[in-house]
Design a protein around this ligand. Sequence first.
Ligand SMILES: C[S@@+](CC[C@H](N)C(=O)[O-])C[C@H]1O[C@@H](n2cnc3c(N)ncnc32)[C@H](O)[C@@H]1O
Length: 246
Amino acid sequence: MNSDSFYGRDLAYVHDQAFGHLARAGGETLLRLLGRQGFDSGLVVELGSGSGITAQLVTEHGYDLFGVEVSPDLVEIAQTRAPQASFINASLLDAELPQCVAVTAIGECFNYAFDERAGDEALGVIFQRVFEALEPGGLFLFDIAEPGRERSGPRRDWSEGPDWTLCLEASEDHDLRTLDRRITVFRQVDGGFRRSDELHHLRLYEVQDVLHGLEAAGFEARRLGAYGSAVHFGRGHSGFLATRRR
Ligand SMILES: C[S@@+](CC[C@H](N)C(=O)[O-])C[C@H]1O[C@@H](n2cnc3c(N)ncnc32)[C@H](O)[C@@H]1O
């Protein structure tokens, strides 16, 4: 897969238009949790910052934000949406993490195998790097897809907006612990419909392994069933809150 086929211009547009609920709910949850920790400013690092929906919310509430995003088309939208934030176009496995009060990865960002190094080992390394970047009392908020996300077999679904239609086929390999999402977007441009096809390959992580990895990195960690009252994680999808003790 090359970068043209991973959150390219049409899927980036559709993601921003219609799939921002997780980014909003995650951002609101983060702001509330940071307040409880006694923070009201400081730097938030957002891994897989998408189209900047969380970044917009967080910067409007007095925090600085540094986003790391592998899709250049998403970075372009994010720069317009959250002009006070700064973004780099890089893999979250490579980016240097500055000292910060929080790190987020909202929307299964660690699962995507667009970067072929993604997997259990890389996850352990990133947990360690996040721990070292966080100030004492700092928070690490993220969600992951786990085995069983598509337990009932291959699923076909579609969604639509005023100028686009998105078709999805999702299938999980239980033995390999992988999930493929084949996505086709038809977007209205110049009086016709442009078709874009993408294949997203995800590695699935067991909840217990994630919790052990967080504890091994030094965090106090727990699983979350929801991002506030707005998003309750469904089957095969879990949130995590990890804290660097003071
Ligand atoms: C489902 S989207 C969520 C985006 C955003 N956080 C939100 O909630 O709207 C997953 C994001 O992770 C990004 N991503 C996946 N693998 C990545 C990597 N290795 N480095 C940086 N970003 C990555 C994707 O490009 C995409 O923006």
